[in-house]
Design a protein around this ligand. Sequence first.
Ligand code: PLP
Length: 382
Amino acid sequence: MAGERFIYMDNNATTRVAPGVVEAMQPFFVEDFGNPSSGHFLGARAARSIALAREKTASLLNCSPGEIIYTSCGTESDVTAIIAALESFPEKRRVVTTAVEHPAVKNLCEALTEKTGRDYRLTTLRVNRKGMIDLGEFKASLTVDTALVSVMWANNETGVIFPIGEMAAMARRRGVLFHTDAVQAAGKIPLDVEEVPVDYLSLSGHKFHAPKGIGVLYVRNGSPFHPFLMGGGQERGRRAGTENTAYIAGLGKACELAADHLRGGVEKVRELRDRLENGLQKMIPGAEINGGGSPRLPNTCSIRIPGTRGDELVKRLDERGICVSAGAACKAGVCKLSHVLEAMAVPPDYGTLRLSLGMDNTGDEVDYLVKLLPEMIEQNRS
Ligand code: PLP
């Protein structure tokens, strides 16, 4: 693969590990391999590196280092937060979420309902055609019986950003705990938990240039918490398992890079994304942006194109070395829209492509795609 030329526009699926992150991780495999709980100097070195990474992670979220728990991934952070909140209020039986959550939240919430005998009641907030929820409907869901709200900060398919600050403040006024899955938001928009009063927040390293297999759970000081993984007393008894020193150090570095990117690079990504969207919409009659008109992540373009199939376009682009995602899963010629696009009432005769840009993309790549994709669609149709 070395030296192979390709265009990567699938950064919401995963990102390239940044060279600075690889460098930050390197010492902890062969040289500084100690267990951070050990009483000798190698252990102390590992523990110091974790403490340093924790400070950098806390700085990205504007919280204190003691509010950061390292996990294995975004999914683990989501599940831990939801289970912890529900165990804290066993008498309350309602969970509020949205129709467009990632399966990490969606599938757990559905598993908590009556159908599985667990006797939770689920309120699933709908979204409109622009992928946005209704704050009136949300307010009505905050009943005396509501234990927890779990709503994503930004959507992985469309990039639509929910008004988490407003929602978390409303939940707090009603005494309802609030979790947000901020996995797609990290490094793309500012995340400040001093301004946004969430109780729990999840991140995943591989979405912002750290490796796969490391996640973060923020738990506000004073918000109730029960460990999901019990065992040794790591992470101050909140997440057992020997700490993954190398990946934690890498994640700390990735947080530092994300903060730098937010101060400058992100605007370049937004310009590229806008150039891509405007170019494609001009060249492809009838193409529309899913979530257009709603606040969106600066890197995400989810475009629906009449009379095409997203999976076919993904395959054709792949043959040209271009990596993107589709918005539907197709088997034996039958396509099932993703639950996100279905919730937004996207008509089934459109094919959707998700193009998610990152800091490595260039204007030339965007221009190449704007020229190539309309030609490909024409060929497909004829
Ligand atoms: N939440 C969102 C919004 C995501 O996009 C993803 C991954 O795609 C996850 C959670 C799960 O993260 P992980 O792959 O680290 O478990």
